[in-house]
Design a protein around this ligand. Structure first.
Ligand SMILES: [Zn+2]
Length: 266
């Protein structure tokens, strides 16, 4: 298979969880994802310079919609995000964007959606309208329903998280180098060797490390290593599929086989 299938053709997935204990970090991740959803550049979304990106940065893009806890009559914030708010959002998601080619919905404090709200959201996650990107922002992704969580690509960033182990990072950079240079046969050999020398825990560690490095690239904390942004989005989605496969005890060999075959075509 030469191409991964996503909710949309441009490499972006249709649903993300922006997870971090830091609100600033969450905001940064949200901003990048939302801009990418509306960006009108052909490549390298978000480009940061098109009209849509500039409006997104100024917080005035009409196709980036924020969902937050509502306040009651006395101005006190409600404890939950209610199902009505999610239903309204689902209605909006069916309507064509105002200006951009896509539409982004950012759900702040997504863990505060009550069960009914999350179940309503599931329908949208299963059949996302074309061009719609959902961004669930949360400090505690574990509080989301597993059914919701498993349908989103999770980007976790914690500034106080320990830096990646040196050897592990070296391996990730080696992998990314082979992908960036399009060296299929080297990548295949490298994946074979990796599959033979690691177990499920090691594979998980590697896949999570790839996601960390790529998230850092997208957020500008790590240099690009020759990868286009579209490639970064695609690799994150591929790694997420790997996490899912590993969680149901798919063999390490199979997972690295998938990485070997899909990384470069993706
Ligand atoms: Zn742009």
């Amino acid at each position: 298979m030469s191409e991964l299938k996503f909710g949309q053709s441009r490499g972006l997935s249709h649903a993300y969880i922006a997870a971090s204990l830091s609100e600033d970090t969450r905001s940064r991740t949200e901003a990048i994802l939302a801009s990418a959803a509306v960006c009108s550049a052909d490549n390298g979304k978000p480009c940061g310079t098109c009209r849509d990106c500039r409006k997104a940065a100024a917080g005035v893009h009409p196709d980036i919609i924020h969902i937050r806890r509502e306040s009651d009559d006395k101005g006190k914030q409600k404890k939950e995000i209610r199902v009505d708010q999610i239903r309204e959002m689902i209605g909006q998601a069916q309507i064509m964007p105002n200006e951009a080619n896509g539409k982004a919905f950012v759900i702040h404090e997504a863990e505060l959606m009550n069960t009914q709200a999350q179940n309503a959201l599931l329908k949208l996650l299963e059949e996302p309208p074309r061009g719609v990107v959902l961004i669930l922002s949360t400090a505690t992704p574990t509080m989301l329903l597993e059914t919701v969580r498993s349908r989103c690509v999770e980007l976790t960033e914690n500034d106080d998280a320990p830096a990646l182990d040196y050897e592990l990072k070296k391996e990730v950079l080696k992998y990314l180098e082979l992908v960036a240079k399009g060296k299929k046969s080297y990548l295949l050999a490298w994946c074979n060797q990796k599959a033979g020398s690691t177990d499920t825990a090691g594979a998980n560690e590697f896949v999570e490390a790839v996601k960390t490095v790529i998230t850092d690239i997208l957020c500008g904390r790590e240099k690009g290593h020759g990868l286009t942004k579209n490639k970064c989005w695609a690799l994150i989605a591929l790694m997420d599929t790997c996490v899912e496969y590993l969680s149901v005890n798919t063999g390490v060999k199979h997972v690295f086989g998938m990485i070997a075959v899909k990384s470069i075509g993706a």
